[in-house]
Design a protein around this ligand. Structure first.
Ligand code: ZN
Ligand code: ZN
Length: 361
């Protein structure tokens, strides 16, 4: 008999992923950015500068008082597309590889590899899109299902650019259905985690006589956030804590939120049956009837989806649903028409496999 854990004992850590510093084309140094994260009370930051691990080699990975810095890097191919975030690696792969080769290369080194901003389209000639085209690549661990910079860039045009610069977070709506669909499909084959990325650079940008900093770090860190769920508290030992953070991402023990729509800390999504318990990212057998529970910290529209289809939705702070159908279940929460919380999947499996798949209602 399994030993169901009390979900209330789990630990939640809130942070921000996909950060650029002065190591490549960002505008603050890693220690300065860590300070911004500390001021906002964040628990972790995931740095990914272009083709450099400079700050890792300077020894900046690890705890800085109460905030943990994980330092990876961002790879691109010869055409500057197929951007890929690599963590838990100590060396840079040579430039000029194909996406298939660097996805394989990072896996071979035991790293954690995540596809960045996969479906960018943009309308400004000075900022071309950097989409992912190498879907045949094998061995990536996750996808950025919501990239702040991509969504903002996709919404910008010659007429609205001043408004967009002055109030960048207001325009964030939701992950694109294209990316979410690909992510749900991939999860039918294997676990692929969905993360959020702010892709912060804090560039200066000229508009007529004015120069704006697009998305200062402090503004970006109050938008798309990752919430890691761990069964044990993060260790004070740098190496052990690093393992815990990497494992939580690889195992999909996380949900993402847009802080602009409300602090999502405390959101819960889990499933239980007579003698099993599954948190976000876990699997549970459909041999007994399964009950899903969702609890949001504020009133919102909550949707439970199975393999991309809505199986139940409602307004409020909680949602419950019982089933014995297999499939990959996840939650979306909205405030107004804007996306607020997107969880990773809980997998309901049959043993032996059957065709009893989830049914939309
Ligand atoms: Zn990129
Ligand atoms: Zn980037």
């Amino acid at each position: 008999m399994s030993n169901p854990q009390n979900p209330w004992d789990w630990h939640e850590y809130v942070g921000v992923a996909h950060i650029h510093s002065t190591d490549s084309d960002g505008s603050k140094s890693v220690p300065e950015i860590i300070k911004v994260g500390q001021e906002l009370g964040l628990d972790f930051l995931l740095f990914a500068d272009h083709m450099t691990l400079n700050s890792l080699h300077l020894g900046l990975e690890g705890w800085h008082e109460k905030i943990f810095a994980l330092i990876g890097y961002e790879i691109h191919d010869l055409n500057n597309i197929n951007h890929f975030l690599a963590f838990d690696v100590n060396e840079i792969l040579p430039g000029g590889l194909t996406a298939e080769d660097y996805v394989k290369g990072i896996k071979k080194m035991g790293g954690l590899g995540i596809i960045a901003h996969p479906d960018e389209t943009r309308d400004l000639p000075q900022f071309p899109p950097y989409p992912w085209t190498a879907w045949d690549a094998e061995g990536f661990d996750g996808i950025e299902i919501w990239n702040q910079m991509s969504e903002w860039m996709e919404g910008i045009n010659r007429l609205n650019q001043l408004k967009m610069f002055l109030s960048p977070r207001r325009f964030l709506t939701s992950p694109t259905p294209r990316t979410i669909k690909i992510w749900d499909e991939l999860n039918k084959q294997r676990k692929v985690c969905g993360i959020s990325g702010v892709d912060v650079h804090a560039y200066p940008y000229k508009f007529g006589p004015f120069t704006f900093i697009i998305f200062p770090y402090k503004v970006q860190f109050q938008s798309l956030r990752m919430h890691l769920i761990t069964k044990e508290p993060l260790s004070s030992d740098n190496q052990i804590a690093k393992r815990q953070v990497i494992d939580a991402i690889r195992e999909c023990h996380l949900f993402i939120s847009n802080y602009r729509r409300g602090d999502a800390r405390g959101f819960l999504f889990y499933a239980e049956s007579k003698n099993q318990f599954a948190g976000v990212g876990d699997s549970i057998s459909s041999s007994d009837k399964i009950s899903f529970f969702v609890r949001a910290p504020r009133r919102c529209k909550i949707r439970l989806l199975c393999d991309g289809n809505i199986v139940k939705e409602g307004k409020g702070k909680t949602l419950e649903y019982s089933t014995n159908h297999s499939g990959n279940y996840r939650v979306e929460a909205y405030r107004g028409k804007r996306g607020w919380i997107f969880s990773n999947h809980i997998r309901v499996f049959t043993s032996p496999p059957s065709s009893s798949l989830c049914r939309p209602v």
